[in-house]
Design a protein around this ligand. Sequence first.
Ligand SMILES: CCCCC/C=C\C/C=C\C/C=C\C/C=C\C/C=C\CCCCC(=O)SCCNC(=O)CCNC(=O)[C@H](O)C(C)(C)COP(=O)(O)OP(=O)(O)OC[C@H]1O[C@@H](n2cnc3c(N)ncnc32)[C@H](O)[C@@H]1OP(=O)(O)O
Ligand SMILES: Cc1cc2nc3c(=O)[nH]c(=O)nc-3n(C[C@H](O)[C@H](O)[C@H](O)COP(=O)(O)OP(=O)(O)OC[C@H]3O[C@@H](n4cnc5c(N)ncnc54)[C@H](O)[C@@H]3O)c2cc1C
Length: 667
Amino acid sequence: MAFLNKEIRDGDNQDLTEERRTATFDTDKMAEVIYGSEKLARRRREISHAVSRIPELADSRPLPFLDRFEKVTEGTRKLSVLDRHLAELIDVNDNGEALHLYHEVMGMEGHPLALHEVMFVPALIGQASDEQYEKWLGRAKRREIIGCYAQTELGHGSNLRKLETTATYTPSTQEFILHTPTITALKWWPGALGKSSNYAVVVADLIIKDKSYGPHPFIVQLRDEKTHQPLPGITVGDIGPKMAFNGGDNGYLGFDNFRIPRENLLNRHSRVEADGTYVRPPHAKIGHSAMIRVRSHMATGQGWLLGHALTIAIRYSAVRIQGFLEDKSHEVKVLDYQTQQHRLFPAIARAYAFIFCGFETIRLYDQLILDMNSNGNTSGMADLHALTSGLKSVVTHFVGQGIEQARMACGGHGYSMASYISEIYGVAIGGCTYEGENMVMLLQLARYLVKSVELVKSGKANQLGPMVAYLAVADHKVNLATGPDSYVKMFQYISKRQSWKATEKFLKFMENGDSRDVAWNKTAVELTRASRLHTRLYIMETFIRRVESVTDIPVKSALTDLLNLHLNYELLDVASYALEDGFMSSNQMDFIKNQLYSSLEKIRPNAVSLVDSFQFSDMQLRSVLGRRDGHVYQNLFDWAKSSPLNKTDVLPSVTQYLKPMMEKAKL
Ligand SMILES: CCCCC/C=C\C/C=C\C/C=C\C/C=C\C/C=C\CCCCC(=O)SCCNC(=O)CCNC(=O)[C@H](O)C(C)(C)COP(=O)(O)OP(=O)(O)OC[C@H]1O[C@@H](n2cnc3c(N)ncnc32)[C@H](O)[C@@H]1OP(=O)(O)O
Ligand SMILES: Cc1cc2nc3c(=O)[nH]c(=O)nc-3n(C[C@H](O)[C@H](O)[C@H](O)COP(=O)(O)OP(=O)(O)OC[C@H]3O[C@@H](n4cnc5c(N)ncnc54)[C@H](O)[C@@H]3O)c2cc1C
């Protein structure tokens, strides 16, 4: 008999199988929606299956038991095995397939190519001229060279304009001299810089004839291509262990008057002529394109990370039996508790929402690049910068919260590395910092919102882009019972009110004599609130659009339940903004709460199937608690037994220190 949930197998934990039997939709069809196409969803399954038949691609030991050195070695070993099998496993020109293969095999702890693919190659694609393409891109794509993106310094990350590494042009030799003038100018943090990369895109302050032109990207060889030794004038190394990503070698880098040829300034958009004449780019911030690209991809990537943690927590919650409801002779699955559902189901809805919203944002990014490359049109940059700044901040923050709730939802075993949730958490919350610290990025979006409100105030509402048009719309009371659109209208009201209030507060400080920067700082918390609300509205709207477009009726129905939960949860979370001025009534508040509780009940039978639809393999999850077959306890015991501490019954530390202490106490 064919089941709707495709994870059912003989011999699985019965409680989990029981959950899977109640699915109201086909998990393969849901996976098509999650991954955007039938082909990618199917290929993911095929690739995972093919990988499972190559023993060398498996982790040699559970990763939590490896020390840092072993993690780096293990990641590199697997990369070399993958390299031999790449063409047989995937269509190497298909990014979706490649991304899945790397996540499956390499996990999320970092590896030598992590930044090569994510930032080095994209920076070349976005910033290199045709001649530079010719010279570097082929080599980079074939991985003859391995690169990273070296921008952040020990003393500066957020404020790019103050990067201290200099690239001084010398017309007599037609070279740039890269130099690290102070300790704080050391590049610090770039992924895969410390030990793996032999090239880097280095962002440095361009100086011509004593004049600074601000940060520009340069391609720089760091190590000898044969020996891998750092070149003379280069100091490079690993920055040490981190909260997560410990299979990766985030690094430091210093230059001692290191010379590179003039052609190494990535000069698709701006260049320096032989005589030192500077040719400006069409948009001042076009050099930030590699960052915009990653920010555009972050919502989807982070949504998947949340999906990992929730797959573990929901499956485990169906297997974990503890306490009673009505029948005192049978303990219940912890998934039956309303508090457990409230902890986990809104996060499932968010994971789906972030993935869908991310796809829409990636399309906007791709369109911008098309416009820039085909007709030099950079007019969409400011909009996309504002949007992605807010989105990366809101999504990473909520994903962190959601993963932490997933950990707590697994009780004591969630705290064990056997759950693997702490690793997922460490990786995900890195996103709150990398690609722009969240507060800093929320304030970037706030600049855009304030400008938009100022446009409306000065009678130029017709100049507003579609995403902020609501800032000019008159207020109307909302009947929430009429469906998703009414939730959007209520959210628009809240978001608009906050943007206006923050703008007016900011303007008032200036009227009272504060400088723009001081007024901005005094309003900053209110401004970040406006940015969050605006972004949550965008996420809500994209979620609605995506669900509306689904054609498979059972899938659409299950997604509608998730969407309703999301709408009520989100509105409840921000209701105080509309309650404080009476725009929302207490009756409406009760309505939202009741809708939310009834959504939890509706979702309950599909909970396991909703996370199964992510179709993460056991290899990808690396979690004893989240195993597909639900056989948690025996495997937890086996996992613990494999701890290196259990190799002997009596540890040398006991013999050497503990025993003498105890013996002394006896005297
Ligand atoms: C296939 C891709 C996959 C990607 C991975 C996706 C998801 C990961 C998900 C899961 C992870 C799983 C595994 C992880 C594996 C690997 C890890 C992946 C990636 C890690 C990479 C990390 C790399 C880095 O961190 S690189 C360093 C990043 N650094 C920053 O982001 C610095 C932040 N600061 C800035 O960006 C800028 O300083 C600034 C704050 C934006 C200010 O810029 P500045 O130039 O100073 O501007 P200024 O203040 O003068 O403003 C003037 C004006 O310009 C506007 N502006 C600024 N920037 C832009 C822009 N880019 N475009 C358009 N306009 C811009 C600014 O708003 C001002 O406008 P206005 O005057 O107000 O109108
Ligand atoms: C896992 C990881 C991977 C990374 N990979 C790379 C990489 O590959 N390449 C690379 O170049 N870099 C990389 N980075 C560095 C990263 O991009 C920076 O750390 C990040 O941009 C934050 O900058 P910062 O460290 O200077 O933070 P800071 O700016 O020092 O932040 C400290 C605090 O100051 C606040 N703050 C700073 N400025 C303002 C302001 N204007 N207004 C209000 N508050 C402010 C922040 O909100 C924060 O609370 C990575 C970082 C991590 C954690």
